[in-house]
Design a protein around this ligand. Structure first.
Ligand code: EPU
Length: 419
């Protein structure tokens, strides 16, 4: 397994561009199953989760053509199997996103249940309940969800809690349903809006995405189109946090600052001066140590759970005491134990981490446990004294395109060591 070795102590300086958003590209690739013609998706990030999605679609018999700029053209007319196997779903939970489109378009789907996960139990009951309310016949057997429906029927779905992929799955299913479906208490994440825009480009009639009430007027068929995925706000936030933790000065381009208001506000509270343009963000710490902040994660537009681990690292070296409350997932503090091995002073009290900032961290061998936890260890390595070795970085490769190249471009001393 590859490792990253980071020699801490360099304030990041310079400019990088942000890749397309993983969490928008995944549902959009699933949505191509709904179209009668080929869909060409651009600005796709080069990531392991994208490769897994392509493998999933490929095994179903879907034809995929990738060009050198990572535009992917998907043609579902050759589909043979309406099946998502356990070996792929267990390695990428977002595979569940093929359930709604397959059922809506082909009347049938067999998709493995994802099972547990490093950040929480993450059930998919709301995806299933929504489809059942739309008239699907669903049963779980042998670890698989078996779903059937002649044509889904529109209904009013009031979600028990805000779920991102749940909203996306049901929104996709509803595009071909009979009548107008309304999803109440819908997720408002920008990736949900991006998916809705893509669906509309395919001929769907989705309105209200970005609010908590999404309305989907079912149509008879969707068509091929061309669509570019929006920039990755979590990748953006991670590099901003990396600059802040090192006392650096960076400019991030090809991003959308509007999607990061809660994160930028916390960076300013931590002492960063942040300027934004239409598609760029510039952060300058003026060489100073960050100030501790209090964070509480919640669905968009509040502070994202996918930035929690990175801000935990920021607080670890900050001046003062900060608290981080995780309200979205029940077990998303695996990075805490690794950070403690580098000298962090963190106390876990239920879903809250109380962090007393320390003056210095010391490098240690640490282990990545999930995608964002891994990012937090890289951030800590950027300021630790000595060489931090981050093991199991396949987690990072799932969601950060060329992380070591981008950080090296900002001056970080980081290298990948093959297994
Ligand atoms: N939940 C249920 N039942 C359901 C669905 C969700 O109880 O049927 C619970 C979950 O267990 C969790 C909460 O609802 O406690 C919210 O989970 P959500 O469904 O919103 O998460 P997700 O859709 O599985 C997406 C992202 C995650 C991100 C979360 C929250 C994708 C592919 N994944 O997951 O991204 O953390 O939303 O914003 O969009 C990541 O990129 O590192 C990542 C984990």
């Amino acid at each position: 397994m590859d490792k990253l070795i980071i020699t801490g102590g360099v304030p990041l300086q310079g400019e990088i561009r942000i890749s397309g958003a993983k969490n928008a590209a995944l549902p959009i690739l699933a949505a191509t199953l709904l179209a009668d013609g080929p869909v060409k998706v651009g600005n796709i990030p080069h990531l392991q989760d994208i490769t897994t999605t392509m493998e999933l679609l490929g095994r179903m018999g879907v034809e995929l053509v990738v060009d050198e700029r990572m535009n992917i053209e998907v043609d579902c007319s050759t589909i043979r199997e309406l099946f998502a196997p356990y070996d792929l779903v267990k390695s990428m939970r977002a595979s569940i996103l093929v359930l709604g489109p397959m059922l809506a378009r082909f009347g049938e789907a067999v998709v493995s249940l994802p099972g547990g996960c490093a950040i929480g139990s993450r059930p998919v009951n709301l995806h299933i309940e929504g489809l059942v309310k739309m008239g699907a016949d669903v049963h779980v057997e042998g670890g698989y969800i078996h779903a059937k429906a002649r044509r889904l029927k529109a209904t009013r779905l009031v979600m028990d809690l805000v779920t991102v992929t749940g909203t996306e799955n049901l929104m996709m299913a509803a595009t071909l349903a009979e009548g107008t479906t309304v999803i109440e208490n819908a997720a408002r994440e920008p990736e949900v809006v991006d998916l809705a825009n893509c669906l509309n480009a395919m001929g769907a009639k989705v309105s209200g995405a970005g609010s908590d009430s999404i309305s989907i007027e079912g149509v008879d068929a969707l068509f091929g189109t061309r669509y570019d995925v929006l920039p990755d706000r979590i990748e953006t936030g991670t590099y901003l946090a990396a600059a802040a933790i090192t006392g650096g000065h960076v400019r991030i381009k090809d991003t959308q600052p509007r999607m990061l208001e809660a994160v930028i506000e916390k960076l300013r509270e931590a002492g960063a001066s942040v300027e934004v343009g239409d598609r760029w963000i510039e952060l300058d710490m003026n060489g100073s140590r960050p100030r501790a902040t209090n964070i509480r994660t919640s669905p968009y537009p509040a502070f994202p759970t996918d930035m929690q681990a990175q801000f935990t690292s920021l607080n670890v070296v900050s001046d003062g005491t900060g608290t981080i409350s995780e309200t979205v997932f029940e077990n998303r503090f695996m990075h805490v134990h690794e950070l403690q091995r580098m000298g962090a002073d963190i106390q876990l009290e239920g879903n809250t981490a109380v962090i007393r900032g320390v003056n210095r961290l010391t490098a240690a061998p640490v282990m990545a446990t999930d995608l964002r936890a891994s990012a937090s260890l890289v951030l800590a390595g950027l300021v630790a004294e000595g060489d931090t070795v981050v093991d199991r970085i396949y987690h990072i490769d799932r969601g950060y395109e060329s992380i070591e190249e981008k950080l090296a471009k900002l001056g970080a001393r980081i290298r990948r060591v093959p297994a």
